[in-house]
Design a protein around this ligand. Sequence first.
Ligand code: KG4
Ligand code: ZN
Length: 343
Amino acid sequence: MTVILGLESSCDDSAVALVTADRRILAQAVVGQNTAHQPYGGVVPEIAARAHAEILPSLIRGVLAEAGLAIDDVDAVAATAGPGLIGGVMVALLAGKGLAFAAGKPLIAVNHLEGHALSPRLVDPDLGFPYLLLLVSGGHCQLLEVRGVGDYRRLATTIDDAAGEAFDKAAKLLGLGYPGGPAIEALAARGDARAVPLPRPLLGSAEPHFSFAGLKSAVQRAVAPGDHRPEDIAASFQQAVVDCLVDRTARAFAQSAARTLVVAGGVAANATVRTALRQLAHDRERAFVAPPGWLCTDNAAMIAWAGAERLATGRVDSLDVPARARWPLDEGAEKVRGAGVKA
Ligand code: KG4
Ligand code: ZN
């Protein structure tokens, strides 16, 4: 039995997990930092890095103890090496390097996005390559054709904000605190999604990409006069995001022969998002896979699993592998407008 220790600290969740190559999660822990960042309405990198460094050693000890394993029983150490907040990324990566070196185990430097991208295969053994992936998180909003481990073709990305970032900014405007996604979803459940007219940027556009900055500005204009109920703004905003995600995903079907639609990343925890995408897949005669909510938001089981997939395909890293703030899944892809490129 191959056991992988996964370590994650690229944003505001410190996470550790032990996962086997035959898809068993032996133990895992995720500790968020919401209260530390709440006063600032977003993640403060310096606070995040410090908190990761304080908690990660005890999480590693705790997860090993829970599984009844010692570090010598682990076959490989997988740590997120980027992309993310660089101070935080370094915490898990350096811990992983130290453990791998001390125990004489292979190190696997995992791209956090690959963790999200492969996460559905941890819980669904029947999910084969290729699949069309909508990756929607706080930092990314992309459509990818997942062709195999380490083999990604990006079909679309956001030209401004990520979908989760839009949820977080809208929540801040509504005074809901951080993280915004779950708060908006809860408030939206009591609101009328047709009450507040909001734009759907790029809807129906021939361009494959996403855009959410204009939607955020429209929410700002809707909040200011105080003549809409917050729950109606939340519901209308959420529906606008869903409409954009569905429209852009539908467009991407034409770009890929993949017969399965998969959604992953923090925003995939949203029930309205999942329901709309499931319906879209059904209408277009595609299979649909969405990992459980705990596997959508940041965790280390997905990092350990990506490590297991990389190990199984002979991909290990040397101890001098760098931490990377930026690390696209498809390094060869051309840049899009918004990423420092003018249209
Ligand atoms: O994947 P994730 O945990 O971290 C990143 O890699 O970014 O995603 C976090 C993002 C945040 O923007 C958060 O507001 C959003 O996912 N999110 C949600 C929900 N849960 C988390 N957005 C909408 N609805 C949710 N239920
Ligand atoms: Zn993430």
